[in-house]
Design a protein around this ligand. Structure first.
Ligand SMILES: [Zn+2]
Length: 144
């Protein structure tokens, strides 16, 4: 669990950093476009080629930043879905009951460990019979 939360926060830091760069690039691109537009309309003819180049750079930078923004949003959406939950199956040891409970993995769970809790149906001893990663069908459709 701790390793998962650590990678999550690290990814958040990276995407925040990326977001900041994207926003700066976006702002610069808008300024460049504005300057280019102004120069093109009111500037000397000599500067008009430079204005066009500036406008081109501005448009490209804007396109890249929008693309990165879109890409990073998609990635965070994927990350949220792709972290599989670890599940624990607990079975009642009463042979006449055999009640099965599936819950989220808790620290210290291992197979063949007797659970601290008792069976809610018969009050018998419960044993952990399986620890596994839950894989949902939906995740596969989101994978690249
Ligand atoms: Zn039971």
């Amino acid at each position: 669990m701790t390793s998962q939360t650590q990678t999550k926060s690290a990814n958040n830091k990276v995407s925040n950093y990326l977001m900041l760069i994207v926003l700066i690039v976006m702002a610069l691109a808008v300024v460049a476009l504005f300057l280019a537009f102004e120069t093109f309309l009111f500037g000397d003819q000599e500067n008009q080629l430079a204005a066009l180049i500036l406008a081109g750079i501005g448009i490209i930078a804007l396109a890249i930043s929008v693309f990165l923004l879109y890409q990073s949003r998609r990635q965070t959406a994927e990350m949220k879905i792709e972290i599989p939950k670890v599940m624990t199956t607990i079975e009642c040891q009463n042979k006449e009951c055999k009640n099965k409970i599936i819950r989220e993995f808790q620290r210290g769970d291992y197979v063949f460990k007797y659970s601290d809790t008792t069976c809610p149906k018969c009050g018998g001893k419960q044993m952990i019979t399986a620890v596994y990663k839950e894989i949902k069908e939906k995740e596969k459709t989101y994978a690249v």
